[in-house]
Ligand binder design. Structure first.
Ligand code: AQP
Length: 334
């Protein structure tokens, strides 16, 4: 009798523990994590080594690692299907990052726009880690030989760099890593409450995944809408309104059509439109908040999930590192 084993294609992605998860992280990445875990061998991690580039307070970092892990699980990542772990508990990430550092031309890093953005955001702490961040990200992905990487479009440049590095490595040392492809969600770039910038944990323009219905409505009240609509009696244009774009993620088509017509005819005011949005957001966030609270009340369960995830990730990571060390000429013994 012939036995076939089918190798599942791997997916890998991470979130930084730099604050509370927001609906941009959820829509841009986590929704796809939950989808991909069904058909891929999934490795998802809380990338605490990346967070060090912001030099966080140690106690704050530890809390954030737990909260982000809880957010991932509450969003639907199932530890029975996916391997969820904390990056620093798998030391091979740092080891492979060094190898990849030696494969990356300075010129490639100089082109990274996120480095420029972050340098502006934290002018007193422009550390080398901020600059080499995309190399650690490359290592995160290729350590699991992942082929599918679900991320928002802010990561496009980093993913392109990862692919170039993989090609260079494979050219120099022989075919070792598959080229990772970006997997996009329906919402690869959620704009923040300011109606301008990408929603970001560090920009104060976010709606948190765990915020209550009241907190959400409070934030929505101040959110930017069609800038030309100053009074309720002004006719609005939903096509240029960020709140209407958010309806696109949370509101059924029929209600969206009604909202658009009401806005254009000035029958529906921005506050009412925001109330509807808050209700639809709550329909998604309410159950996530509940699952989050359950996990918070059972800290031992989270510890067990993360410990099991790290153990499994270390096995996969070490298998890759053995191959890499062999290819590059480290630790070869006669
Ligand atoms: N606004 C967004 N729209 C769609 N996707 C987004 N992501 C982040 N913001 C949006 C995606 O979420 C995943 C995790 O992001 P991250 O925490 O690793 O890093 P980030 O992109 O730097 O997220 P933030 O919120 O902007 O964090 P800070 O403020 O700490 O830099 C990624 O897949 C990302 O694409």
């Amino acid at each position: 009798m012939l036995l076939y084993t089918v190798r599942m294609v791997r997916t890998m992605s991470g979130v930084q523990p730099t604050g509370n998860l927001h609906i941009g992280n959820y829509l841009g990445a986590l929704v796809n994590w939950v989808e991909l875990q069904k058909n891929y061998e999934a490795f998802f991690c809380v990338v605490d080594l990346h967070a060090l580039t912001q030099r966080p307070d140690p106690a704050v970092l530890q809390r954030a690692v737990r909260e982000v892990s809880i957010g991932i699980l509450a969003s639907g990542v199932d530890p029975e299907k996916a391997t969820l772990f904390v990056q620093s508990e798998v030391p091979q990430h740092a080891e492979l990052a060094w190898v990849m550092t030696c494969m990356t031309p300075l010129g490639d890093l100089n082109r990274m726009t996120q480095f420029k953005d972050k340098s502006t955001q934290q002018p007193d702490n422009i550390n080398a880690g901020l600059f080499t961040y995309p190399i650690l990200q490359t290592a995160d992905i290729v350590l699991y030989r992942a082929e599918a990487v679900p991320v928002g479009d802010d990561q496009d440049q980093h993913l392109e760099l990862a692919r170039e590095t993989v090609r260079r490595f494979n050219f120099v040392y022989g075919e070792t890593f598959p080229e990772p492809k970006t997997v996009r969600s329906q919402a690869p770039r959620v704009v923040g409450l300011d109606g301008e910038a990408k929603m970001s944990k560090s920009k104060g323009n976010e709606v948190g995944l765990f915020e209550t219905a009241d907190e959400t409505m409070q934030k929505l009240r101040g959110a930017k809408t069609d800038p030309a609509r100053l009074r309720k009696s002004d006719k609005g244009n939903p096509d240029v309104c960020n709140m209407f774009a958010w309806h696109g993620f949370f509101t059924p088509q029929a209600q969206r059509d009604e909202i658009a017509a009401g806005c254009r005819s000035a029958q529906l005011g921005c506050v009412d439109c925001k109330r509807m949005l808050a209700a639809n957001l709550e329909a998604v966030k309410g159950p996530i908040r509940e699952r989050g609270n359950e996990l918070r009340n059972n800290p031992g369960r989270l510890d067990d999930i993360l410990a099991a995830g790290a153990a499994k990730a270390r096995v996969a990571a070490e298998a890759t590192m053995e191959l890499v060390r062999d290819r590059i000429g480290l630790r070869k013994r006669r």
